[in-house]
Design a protein around this ligand. Structure first.
Ligand code: FES
Ligand code: FES
Length: 208
C-alpha cells in the first residue's frame, strides 16, 4: 500500500509499485484531467506537481512518490482554496488559450510550477521552462501571454494549496524538473519548436 497526499487529501494506492503515476491517477483514482500523450516523458501532457515541482507522471512510478504531496489539474486552486481559480487557470480562460485542449492541463501545471519558483519570469525563462510541453495546435503565443498575465495579476501564493504547503521546503530558485528520468536530452526537438515560434513571432512583429 502506497500512501500519498493527493490534492490535499490522504490517498492509499494498492497498485503495482512500478505502475506509472499517470495510470494510477487516471485508471485507479479516476482523475482524468491529467492526459496521456507520448507515455515517454517527452510531451508534457501528463505533468503534475510532486511537492510543488512539475513532474511527468507517465515516467514516474508510484513507488517514487510514496508519502509525497501530489497535485493534479483537479487540485489547482487560488490562495483561498477555490478550485479552478488559480492564477494560470484564470489567465488561460482570459486569453482563450486552448484549441483542442488536450495538452493544456499539462501546460497549466508546468506554468503554475514556473510561477511558484519564479513569480515574475522573463520571456526567456518562460520559454526555457515550457519548452518540454508540446502543443500540436500551436498555442504557444497564447500560453506565453497567459503566463505573463498570471504573473502580473497574482502572487505565487495563488497556486495550489499543496504547493503552498511545500513551497517553503522547495528550492525556489530551481527551474522545474520534469521527471526522475530527466528529460533534458530528450526535449531538444521541443526547444526548437518553441524557439522557432518565438523567433517567427519576433520577425513578424519587426516586419509589421
Ligand atoms: S505523456 Fe508524459 S510526457 Fe508525454
Ligand atoms: S491545444 Fe491542442 S494540443 Fe495543445
Amino acid at each position: 500500500m502506497i500512501k500519498i497526499t493527493l490534492n490535499n487529501k490522504p490517498v492509499e494506492l494498492d497498485v503495482d509499485p512500478q505502475m506509472p503515476l499517470l495510470y494510477a491517477l487516471r485508471d485507479e483514482l479516476k482523475l482524468t484531467g491529467t492526459k496521456f500523450g507520448c507515455g515517454a516523458g517527452q510531451c508534457g501532457a501528463c505533468t503534475v506537481h510532486v511537492n510543488g515541482q512539475a513532474m511527468r507522471s507517465c515516467v514516474t512510478p508510484v513507488s517514487a512518490i510514496a508519502e509525497q504531496a501530489i497535485t493534479t489539474i483537479e487540485g489547482l486552486a487560488d490562495h483561498n482554496g477555490k478550485l479552478g481559480e488559480s492564477a494560470v487557470q484564470v489567465a488561460w480562460r482570459e486569453f482563450k488559450v486552448p484549441q483542442c485542449g488536450y495538452c493544456q492541463s499539462g501546460q497549466m501545471m508546468s506554468a503554475a510550477a514556473l510561477l511558484q519558483a519564479i513569480p515574475q519570469p522573463t520571456d526567456e525563462q518562460i520559454i526555457e521552462h515550457m519548452q518540454g510541453n508540446i502543443c500540436r495546435c500551436g498555442t504557444y503565443k497564447r500560453i506565453k501571454a497567459a503566463i505573463k498575465s498570471a504573473a502580473t495579476h497574482s502572487s505565487a501564493s495563488s497556486l495550489s494549496a499543496s504547493h503552498s504547503a511545500t513551497a517553503n521546503s522547495a528550492d525556489s530558485t530551481l527551474p522545474v524538473s520534469t521527471s526522475p528520468s530527466n528529460l533534458s536530452s530528450s526535449n531538444k526537438g521541443a526547444v526548437e519548436i518553441f524557439d522557432a515560434r518565438q523567433l517567427a513571432s519576433k520577425k513578424q512583429g519587426a516586419a509589421s
